[in-house]
Design a binder for this molecule. Sequence first.
Ligand code: NI
Length: 158
Amino acid sequence: MALRKIREAGDPVLEKKCRPVEEMTPRIRELIGDMLDTMYEAMGVGLAAPQVGILKRIVVIDIGEGPLVMINPQIVKTEGEQTGDEGCLSIPGMAGQVTRPNYVKAVYLTEEMEEAEIEGTELLARAICHECDHLDGIMYTQHVEGELHRVEYEEEEE
Ligand code: NI
């Protein structure tokens, strides 16, 4: 596995619609491993394939409960609302207020291309919405209320 370069806002690849994955291949397995490595290295909670320049419907998420790999994810149900700060590895050091559903149910394919579903609330619901948006070329800045603001990294405090 290897780290991949994270594309930053302004890169046209982040504004394109991604294609569904039709079959698992060694290259896609490698891509998923690299996406996880890249997300952990950057200390993110989620990463979508277009953020590493690949226009495929694949996202990885880890909100601290272990890795979740979603292929061709689709949000099938949402409930409630949450408003809070959101950031993106493609816009490093910045965050902004975004309102998302507080509950999300999504269906997707696993790495074995088996159908699965997940329900999430709070941060997981937010992460699923954010990453699925990437697959349609949508950045969180399109949903931001007010201005983006700088975020301090923990190691820079004090
Ligand atoms: Ni993002």
